[in-house]
Design a protein around this ligand. Structure first.
Ligand code: SF4
Length: 320
């Protein structure tokens, strides 16, 4: 089991008993940290569908196992503001509520610390007749134990591939940059294992007749200023190990959110690019690169549109 005595649900491998009193890196206990649920109109087209016609039934969890310095969800992922703890039954009810509102899918955001409870909830929900696809929307630092628990319960995996390797590094080496940027020194090692396992479980993305994701893998990569995400290495690995038919979302929406922390911390002065948005030129360079690698199922973002969907979890309506 991934939780209980010795949580190993993610690459941090804290091995703590989350029933207390000591908690692991994410701070999650034995209940599910819940922030909000809503119909999200701004995910990739296979998840949100056409504008004005449904959307993705998103459930935002608190206490992420990663701590990205620029996280746009930092109010709930790191500061745990306006969140509460819920049990498995309320999670099941929330899934059905979203389905009854016309959601195209149930989209579980930053689910990793709660994989055990999520697996229980999905088993119950599917028995009770939940029929829309379940999307596991993760930062991609999920352990093999975590993913084994979800096998057969998740329809669409939506993981990040946050960073590639520096040219001289081995993927098993601890990486000081992924530690500083995402709070995970073994990010690449566990991320690559996770992506391969997700592909083994669900295969390439399959769309239904409406162009909506029915099953499969869709990988997100957020391009960072000054190539801080090592996009060249990340995309090359994706093409070489998951195939050119992989569905990739090449994201442009980097915004210096949560930069009070970065600005206050002298360590981050070594990443001056984090203080500005991505330029059009930089983004075009990497979209061209993706095409040149043969990644022909790549979703791209309009830079301006990408900045219009920033969440504020202090507001009742998170995206308005
Ligand atoms: S989910 Fe990850 S960070 Fe949280 S306690 Fe488990 S191993 Fe640690």
């Amino acid at each position: 089991m991934g939780k209980g005595p010795g949580c190993v649900l993610c690459g941090h491998m804290c091995r703590v008993d989350r029933s207390g009193p000591s908690l692991g890196r994410c701070g999650a206990g034995t209940l599910v940290g819940f922030s909000s649920s809503l119909i999200h109109p701004g995910e990739e087209p296979p998840l949100s569908g056409l504008v004005g016609n449904g959307g993705s039934g998103t459930i935002f969890f608190s206490r992420c196992n990663l701590s990205c310095v620029f996280c746009q969800n930092w109010q709930i992922s790191q500061a745990n503001q306006n969140t509460r703890d819920i049990g498995v039954d309320e999670l099941v009810e929330t899934m059905f509520k979203l389905a009854s509102m016309g959601a195209h899918n149930v989209n579980l955001v930053s689910p990793t610390p709660y994989a055990f409870e999520i697996a229980k909830a999905l088993s119950k929900a599917k028995i009770q007749g939940l029929s829309i696809p379940v999307v596991y929307n993760t930062g991609g630092y999920d352990s093999p134990t975590c993913l084994a628990m979800l096998d057969g319960l998740v329809d669409v995996y939506l993981p990040d591939a946050k960073i590639g390797l520096s040219p001289e590094a081995d993927e098993n080496d601890p990486d000081p940059d992924s530690m500083r940027l995402f709070g995970a020194r073994d990010y690449v090692k566990y991320n690559r294992l996770a992506l391969k396992e997700m592909k083994r479980q669900v295969g390439h993305l399959i769309l239904d007749g409406r162009g909506l994701a029915a099953k499969g893998l869709l990988v997100r990569h957020l391009v960072l200023p000054d190539n801080l995400a090592r996009t060249d290495s990340a995309l090359r690995w994706l093409r070489d190990h998951l195939g050119a038919d992989l569905h990739l979302s090449l994201m442009a929406q980097y915004h210096p959110a949560h930069l009070i922390k970065v600005g206050d911390n002298p360590e981050y002065r070594s990443y001056p690019g984090l203080g500005r948005p991505l330029s059009v030129r930089e983004y075009e360079k990497w979209t061209d690169f993706a095409w040149s690698l043969g990644l022909h199922n790549t979703f791209v973002q309009d830079l301006e549109a990408a900045t219009q969907m920033r969440p504020d979890f202090d507001k009742p309506d998170v995206f308005n």
